[in-house]
Design a protein around this ligand. Structure first.
Ligand code: KMH
Ligand code: ZN
Length: 290
């Protein structure tokens, strides 16, 4: 089997320091958490940003600050979030895609609408097609987030229509209240939906208590894994995680035991059919440049 690609999502738009005091806020703390996660074995950082008081944001300036700090210290694939918070407008969600220079290597793209706790995470066909167009213009690889089996069907439909071309990276996110649960059968079903000869890759993010069992199943099946405070703030039942790196380290350890040592960022780019990173553009000083 291929090496294991670990994605770390060190912060999402929902959990707060009041849920886990080790939760990062602000671009500086988020960058430090991401750097520690990469050193522990992550090769992709799924990046949301927060203001210093914890407010979720899609500000390109905050993204640029965090990205610059991360990439100054470690090599990893930055995958910015275009999901943001459920309250973010479509235009806000696209801001970092449109304004970051150079564009991020990857960005998340959710393949359909679903309930999300007491809210609705809105991803209409028009929104998805607009986002795909914006990604293509800038050579950004999408991480196709699927919270429901129907989202997988929808992504495959875009692939058949040629809007998504070539091998895609699917990211199954299971266990969001209101969407598909984190049961192992649900992951198996989504994996079986992928056409065998298309060379798609996939990873799973289990929410809360589903994080670890789904990680173990994914490692055994040849898939990849996402962990981090966006999805889960506990190390085990009743014990808050000390850091994102602690969650990454455990998955890296599991991977080694199952003969799936972790992939470096360079190896992950090859496995995901991405171009090597261009290091030439990092020294810039303008606020939105990274
Ligand atoms: N915060 C969720 C509503 C993404 O990053 O693309 C959506 C989310 C997905 O986190
Ligand atoms: Zn996210």
């Amino acid at each position: 089997m291929d090496k294991l690609i670990i994605t770390c999502a060190p912060v999402g738009a929902e959990t707060m320091k009041s849920d886990n005091p080790n939760h990062p806020y602000g671009p500086e703390e988020i960058a430090i958490a991401a750097i520690e996660a990469v050193k522990a074995g992550a090769s992709i950082i799924h990046l949301h940003v927060r203001e210093d008081d914890g407010t979720p944001s899609q500000s390109p300036t905050l993204f640029a600050e965090a990205i610059r700090h991360i990439l100054d210290e470690v090599d990893c694939i930055i995958q910015i979030s275009t999901g943001g918070a459920v309250t973010a407008t479509e235009d806000d969600r696209l801001l970092p895609v449109r304004e970051l220079i150079p564009p991020p290597e990857m960005a998340s793209l959710t393949m359909g609408t679903c309930n999300f706790g007491n809210s609705v995470f809105w991803n209409s066909p028009a929104l998805i097609e607009r986002f795909i167009g914006e990604f293509k213009k800038r050579g950004i690889k999408p991480g196709l987030e699927c919270f429901e089996a129907g989202h997988v069907s929808n992504a495959l439909r875009y692939a058949r229509r040629g809007l998504l071309d070539g091998p895609q990276h699917f990211e199954f996110v299971l266990g969001v209240p209101g969407a598909m649960t984190g049961a192992g059968e649900n992951l198996m079903h989504m994996v079986r939906m992928l056409p065998e000869n298309a060379q798609h890759t996939w990873s799973v993010a289990g929410v809360g208590a589903a994080e670890l069992p789904l990680a173990a199943i994914a490692i055994a099946l040849g898939g990849h894994v996402r962990v981090g405070f966006e999805d889960n703030i506990y190390f085990r039942k009743g014990e808050l995680a000390l850091s994102n790196a602690q969650l990454v380290e455990r998955v890296a350890r599991l991977g080694r035991e199952l003969d799936r040592p972790v992939a470096t960022a360079i190896e992950a780019r090859e496995m995901l059919k991405m171009a090597p990173r261009n290091h030439g553009t990092l020294a810039s000083t303008s606020p939105q440049q990274v």
